[in-house]
Design a protein around this ligand. Sequence first.
Ligand code: NI
Length: 170
Amino acid sequence: MAIISILKYGEPLLLEKSLPIEKIDDEIRRFIDDMVETMYAADGIGLAAPQVRELKQIIVVDISAGEHPEELIVLINPEIKAEEGSVVSEEGCLSFPDITLEIERPRYVRVRGLSPEGKELELEAEGLLACALTHEIDHLNGILIIDRASPLKRDLIVRKIRKKIKAGEW
Ligand code: NI
């Protein structure tokens, strides 16, 4: 397994749409292992393939951040089948280090996708897990947390990041 460097905001690849996986093979499974290791090494609770330079529809989520490995969720070609309600919560993203934003997301989601073994999975989630799943699925559509924030907040964050880039801190 290997830890992959995570792309930060500013990389054009993060704005692109990922493609569905047509064949799940050992190469894909190895890549998923690397994604999981990368997420844990970064203390994240979720990671999407485009964040590690692959425009593939794969997400990994573990809201326990590795404390309870049985909580790890790997979804290939995930799709949101239903959503209900809305909640606003403070969110971060491994592509936006040290930045958090208040974001509105559905309170409940039903998500379908494939496991690394190619088995159909359907899961229901609420609260933090619903938030993490929709956040990662957003990445597969090139949507980032600043795209979900108010225009004012978005401008503020973009300016803050530009300053950091100038100072070589991003
Ligand atoms: Ni993210």
